[in-house]
Design a protein. Structure first.
Length: 218
């Protein structure tokens, strides 16, 4: 009798292709993956593009809480023990390609494939650390430092590989929401950064490594 060996599970292959309980979706800029209050019934893996998470208060005030890049999951609350609702809206900033994984398929692969569950746990820990860093930044750093940090994160300084100096289009209003200040203050800091040679912008913002000086300076 010929023994058939099971192929080793590869998380990268799983996240790159459609299959049972998962499909590849493409979104144009400003289209939503899901909206705040929608049933949390799927997790998305962002293959290409940039996205953002926003929340709206009961009074109607909107705030951008984080930016998302390729290689991140969106809507991980969908695999909670009790299915609930999305607490935020996920919107494409650029053209996005993502793998939509149904809640049941996500839970199944996490239970069956340790390589995948280990990878997903690493992602959750990294996101938790990012949220803590964001909170510390909001509590203790000046608006100018918070803006510099957001621009550096968008340019992916500190990640493996070369940073993307030219960041996706983002409005000063959105930047103001993210750092907890006014648009006029963002405009003031951006003009200051440009005069100092830390950034360039003419429609899109180009970030230079020298902007790190703002974050590192006491």
């Amino acid at each position: 009798m010929i023994e058939i060996k099971k192929l080793a599970f590869d998380p990268a292959t799983f996240l790159a292709n459609a299959g049972l309980g998962r499909k590849i979706v493409q979104l144009k800029p400003n289209r939503v993956f899901f909206s705040q209050g929608n049933p949390a019934d799927a997790v998305y893996y962002l293959q290409k593009g940039r996205a953002k998470l926003t929340v709206v208060s009961k009074s109607g005030k909107e705030a951008t809480i984080t930016l998302l890049t390729a290689g991140e999951f969106i809507g991980e609350e969908s695999i909670a023990a009790v299915a609930g609702l999305h607490m935020a809206t996920a919107t494409a900033i650029t053209v996005c390609t993502a793998l939509k994984i149904e809640r049941s398929a996500m839970i199944r692969v996490m239970h069956e494939e340790h390589a995948f569950s280990d990878m997903f746990l690493s992602f959750l820990l990294a996101r938790s650390m990012r949220i803590q860093a964001d909170l510390v930044d909001q509590l203790f750093n000046s608006s100018e430092k918070r803006l510099a940090r957001i621009l550096l994160l968008m340019a992916e300084f500190g990640k493996e590989g070369e940073p993307e100096a030219l960041i996706p289009k983002i409005t000063q209003e959105t930047l103001a929401e993210m750092i907890g200040t006014t648009r006029s203050r963002v405009s003031f800091f951006m003009n200051r950064f440009r005069k100092l040679g830390f950034v360039e912008y003419n429609g899109r913002i180009r970030v230079h490594k020298s902007l790190l000086n703002v974050v590192l300076h006491d």
